[in-house]
Design a protein around this ligand. Sequence first.
Ligand SMILES: *Cc1c(COP(=O)(O)O)cnc(C)c1O
Length: 358
Amino acid sequence: MGRVFNFSAGPSMLPEAVLKKAAADMLDYNGCGMSVMEMSHRTPEYEAIINGAEALLRELMNIPDNYKVLFLQGGASSQFAMIPLNLLKTGKADYVITGQWSKKAAQEAEKYGTVNRVASSADKTFSYIPKLDPATFDPEADYFHITFNNTIYGTRYTKLPDTGNVPIVADISSNALSEPIDVSKFGMLYAGAQKNMGPAGVTVVIIREDLIGHAKEGTPTMFDYQIHADNGSMYNTPPTYAIYILKMVLEWLKELGGIDAMHEINKKKAAILYDFLDSSKMFRGTVVKEDRSLMNVPFVTDSDELNAKFIKEAKAAGFVNLKGHRTVGGMRASIYNAMPVEGVEALVAFMKEFEKNN
Ligand SMILES: *Cc1c(COP(=O)(O)O)cnc(C)c1O
């Protein structure tokens, strides 16, 4: 079997060029006579990789100098604890609840402080981003947490809340590198890499320097941003191979024209799919139009049976991982950076054919 069109929400597709390069490098990286996997992280060769990854990320995302870039482990889920452990001072934080991930983030923060849930879209299965009223924000909160793109429900913020001096902390696991993000508007951004940046195993944290160095007493060493910042993400062994792949993904992105160019392609891909969903008599999107994600596109038919039939036949035709999250049902097509336009066009052609035949 050749390569399929993989619509997985994560881990997800990687650019084929990156996988080929990794394959070519596998036994002998750059004349070192070994794989990157076998290499000490305390070597000049590896330092060039991790420093190169950071430099490229800074360049592509336009990260200001007063922000640290950290390559951590433990996934975005560990950040749910690291954030309150490091950022709480008054002990209070604001959270917007737009899905499972923000729910989990808020629950974890509650172990360490007081969480003010400023708004939620739970009433309509998280199919929209709630309108935010600054009167409900706590002006004394240590930070304001949002999930920028909601991987499971397929919503995204198009406008940031006005939080005044309260730093915004955003989970960008599923939209990092997909669209321009003005880093200076945030106190901190974080992402598990396995959606849009690279393989599972590395978690990227971009944090304003003044937010570092305030970890709660008793914070585990590995959960203290200061430790990682002071040691260039090498306090212990970093996820070396995942960072190496991330670096190649960033090189691929740069060659393609950077994040602005990628954003244009992503808008085009999303439009192909949403335009079809809006015109179809069988399929429909589940999210209000104005909050639709460019990355994760949930859709349904009116029948569970038809959904199951579609997923099965799509899989046989080479369109895999289209089953929706268990809390939404139906289908979800994740169309991250590595999904080519042709993949979305082919999916829509398949959906049209399915609609005609059923
Ligand atoms: C996948 C995902 C997570 C969880 O990431 P892990 O790296 O598995 O912990 C958190 N937030 C969002 C938005 C995600 O898409």
